[in-house]
Write a protein that binds this ligand. Structure first.
Ligand SMILES: Cc1cc2nc3c(=O)[nH]c(=O)nc-3n(C[C@H](O)[C@H](O)[C@H](O)COP(=O)(O)OP(=O)(O)OC[C@H]3O[C@@H](n4cnc5c(N)ncnc54)[C@H](O)[C@@H]3O)c2cc1C
Length: 326
C-alpha cells in the first residue's frame, strides 16, 4: 500500500472484480480492496472439516447477451456449468460455479491487484480541482490516493465510508441512495452423517407456495458437486431472518435445523451459522450505477443497481467501469 492508483475499487465481489478487469483492460492501474479473507463477497464458499458449502449465492441466471457470452466463456474454462433448468415453461438454465460458486470469482481475480483482509474506513477528497483525488484510509491507519473510487459494498456501508471521510453528496442523490433496502438471510451449514433427502439436482425451495415458511432454500452440497461429504446449506426466509436476527446463534441454528429435518434425512454431526445482514436488495435502483462525483470520479455499484442477482452485480460492474473510464 502507500501507492497511487487510477482507480481503487472497494469490494472484491462480482461487481468489483468485473469492474477491475474492464478497467485493467483499458490500461488503468487498479487496486481492489476487500475486508474479507477471500474474493467473491456474497458468492461465498466455506470449508468445515471435510465438508464444503456454497453458503451465499446458490446459482445464477443469465439474460443479458453480453453476460450470456461471458457465462459461455466461464463454462468453456470449466469454472461454471449449467446446474438445472427452471421447471417453468421458460426452462431457463440455472448455472453454478464449478466446483464451487467462488471458483468464478477466483478466476476473475487472477492477474488483478487484490488486497484482502483490509477494511476501507473512509475516503476523503484531496487536492485542488485540477488535480483532485480520493485519499482512501484503511482500518489499520494506512492511506493511498486514487484518481477514482468505485464503492461496491451494500449501499448503507458505502454511505458510511463517505460519512467517515466527511464527503458530502448532492442531497437528492443521497436521498435516492437511502431508499435502497436489503433483506437479511440467516444461513446454516450442516454436516450430515449420511445422505440428505434432497433429490437431484440438489437444491429446492421447500413449500414454495407458503410464504410464511421459515426456510426459503435447502441444498445438498454433495449432490451439487461442491462437497465430498454430505453437507447441507439451509437459508432462512427473509421474513424469518428479519424477525430473528437478534436471537442467540445456537437457538437460531437449532430452530432452523428442526424446521429443515424433513429434508435432512440423516443426523447433523457439526454445524455453523452465518448471518448475511445485507443478503439481497429488496428495493433497488433501475440504473447500472450512480456516479456521485465526476471529478474525481466516485461511483456506487453492486447489485443494489439493476437487481438482487449475481447477473445484476456483473452488469453494474461494467457500468461502473464505464463511468470511471468516461
Ligand atoms: C444467501 C444469499 C443467497 C443468494 N442467492 C442468489 C442466487 O441464488 N442467485 C443470484 O443470482 N444471486 C443470489 N444472491 C445475490 C448475489 O450473491 C449478489 O447479488 C451478488 O453476489 C452481489 O455482488 P456485489 O459485488 O454487488 O456485492 P458483494 O458480493 O457483497 O461484494 C461487496 C464486497 O465488499 C466488501 N466490503 C464491504 N465493506 C467493505 C469495506 N468497508 N472495506 C473493504 N471491503 C468491503 C465485502 O466484503 C464484499 O466482498 C444471494 C445472496 C445471498 C447473500
Amino acid at each position: 500500500m502507500g501507492k497511487t492508483f487510477d482507480v481503487l475499487i472497494v469490494g472484491a465481489g462480482m461487481s468489483g472484480l468485473i469492474a477491475a478487469r474492464e478497467l485493467v483492460a483499458t490500461g488503468r492501474s487498479v487496486c481492489v480492496v476487500d475486508k474479507g479473507h477471500g474474493v467473491g463477497g456474497r458468492v461465498a464458499t466455506r470449508r468445515i472439516a471435510d465438508a464444503t458449502f456454497d453458503h451465499g449465492a446458490q446459482f445464477f441466471t443469465a439474460r443479458d447477451p453480453r453476460f450470456l457470452s461471458v457465462v459461455e466463456q466461464w463454462v468453456a474454462e470449466g469454472v461454471a456449468a449449467e446446474w438445472f433448468r427452471s421447471s417453468r415453461s421458460t426452462g431457463n438454465p440455472r448455472f453454478r460455479g464449478t466446483p464451487t460458486m467462488t471458483s468464478i470469482a477466483k478466476s476473475l481475480a487472477v492477474g488483478l491487484d487484490v488486497v484482502l483482509s483490509t477494511r476501507v474506513e473512509s475516503i476523503r477528497r484531496v487536492g485542488d480541482d485540477g488535480r483532485a483525488a480520493w485519499r482512501v484510509r484503511f482500518a489499520d491507519g494506512t492511506e493511498v490516493e486514487s484518481g477514482a473510487v468505485i464503492l461496491t459494498p451494500p449501499v448503507p456501508q458505502s454511505l458510511e465510508i463517505l460519512r467517515a471521510g466527511d464527503v458530502t453528496i448532492d442531497t437528492q442523490t443521497r436521498l435516492v441512495l437511502e431508499t435502497i433496502e436489503y433483506a437479511p438471510c440467516i444461513a446454516v451449514m450442516a454436516i450430515l452423517d449420511g445422505p440428505s433427502r434432497i433429490d437431484p439436482p440438489g437444491g429446492l425451495t421447500p413449500k414454495a407456495d407458503d410464504r410464511t415458511f421459515p426456510i426459503s432454500w435447502v441444498a445438498d452440497n454433495r449432490e451439487k458437486g461442491v462437497s465430498g461429504v454430505d453437507a447441507v446449506t439451509i437459508h432462512a426466509s427473509a421474513a424469518f431472518s428479519r424477525e430473528n436476527l437478534q436471537r442467540e446463534p445456537k437457538d437460531l441454528a437449532d430452530a432452523l435445523l428442526s424446521v429443515a429435518s424433513p429434508w435432512l434425512g440423516s443426523d447433523v454431526v457439526e454445524h455453523q451459522l452465518h448471518v448475511w445482514r445485507y443478503a439481497r436488495p429488496t428495493r433497488f435502483l433501475d440504473v447500472g450505477c450512480v456516479a456521485v462525483c465526476d471529478s474525481p470520479a466516485l461511483v456506487f455499484a453492486g447489485d443494489a443497481f439493476l437487481g438482487a442477482r449475481l447477473e445484476a452485480a456483473v452488469l453494474s460492474g461494467w457500468a461502473a467501469a464505464g463511468a470511471c473510464a468516461g
